[in-house]
Design a protein around this ligand. Structure first.
Ligand code: FE
Ligand code: FE
Ligand code: ZN
Length: 284
């Protein structure tokens, strides 16, 4: 097995220990999961025995860090105060629960400013994060790079940098780069991955980059659509992913597939494909 930290999004429906077993069955060494129902409902209480078995398996197999994902319904910069309040409360609860599996990552979509403008959106996101983050917490919170669909905030590296600048405990903040989203946002990772990483480094700082989402895109560069495609079947193409999994600046980062598949076998095949490309490069 190559040293890639690679996996996909998995379901918690059968419990956490079952999720770790799923990961092992498909050759995953990291994975993502929703901290609660993706539509944003109530979180189930963590079962002590299930969690203990889960943590033991992660330790034995050297799986992780994991990249938990907040539900899409959270919007820290909604125009509706009750929506903002819900997002803050839910994130606080999620992060409190994450302390029971310390040392992992928690990724969220910065939000949609819904006609309030990006400046107000960024202000509200910072205010929310400053209320939610607990100094000394064991979880790093990641801003996801967004495609720029509608009024999404986080469509450029500059917007992400401005959010980070406004967070008091910025040592708790990182970025998760989604390959579909950055291409949809207009960053040409197909022809110039290293140039895009240079720009990220200049604007945000590469040390902030803590995880990747690996998705091909159904749409062309700069389309602002956010429609994921299976690896190699979209406008990014296989060679882009070869460049990603062999880039020394991305080595060691957890990489999570969010491609449209109908079952675990599809992700197992993508994981094997990407590991194969990494191994091929390292044997030359
Ligand atoms: Fe996401
Ligand atoms: Fe993503
Ligand atoms: Zn997406």
């Amino acid at each position: 097995m190559s040293g890639l930290l690679l996996g996909c999004h998995l379901s918690t429906a059968s419990g956490y220990a079952a999720m770790a077993a799923d990961a092992i069955s498909i050759g995953a060494t990291t994975f993502a999961f929703f901290t609660r129902n993706p539509r944003g409902g109530n979180a189930r209480e963590l079962d002590d025995a299930d969690l203990a078995a889960f943590l033991a398996t992660l330790g034995e197999r050297g799986i992780g860090p994991l990249v938990a994902h907040a539900p899409y319904t959270y919007n820290l910069c909604s125009a509706k105060p009750e929506t903002v309040e819900f997002a803050r409360r839910a994130m606080r609860e999620d992060l409190a629960r994450m302390e029971r599996l310390p040392g992992h990552l928690y990724n969220f979509h910065p939000g949609a400013h819904v006609k309030q403008g990006a400046d107000e959106g960024i202000r509200l996101i910072c205010e929310g994060l400053n209320e939610v983050l607990e100094p000394g917490q064991k979880t790093t919170v990641l801003l996801e790079t967004m495609a720029g669909k509608g009024t999404e905030v986080g469509r450029s590296f500059e917007e992400l940098a401005r959010i980070i600048d406004g967070v008091e405990h910025d040592e708790l903040i990182g970025v998760c780069l989604d390959t579909c989203h950055v291409a949809d946002a207009g960053y040409d990772i197909v022809h110039d991955l290293d140039g895009v990483l240079d720009e990220f480094d200049r604007v945000v700082g590469l040390s902030r980059l803590r995880a990747l989402h690996l998705n091909d895109s159904k749409n062309p560069l700069g389309s602002h659509k956010d429609r994921h495609e299976r690896i190699g079947a979209g406008t990014l193409g296989l060679e882009t992913f070869r460049a990603v999994v062999t880039n020394p600046r991305l080595a060691g980062l957890p990489m999570v597939l969010e491609t449209p598949q109908t079952g675990l076998s599809g992700w197992a095949a993508e994981i094997a494909l990407l590991r194969g490309m990494a191994e091929e490069a390292s044997s030359h």
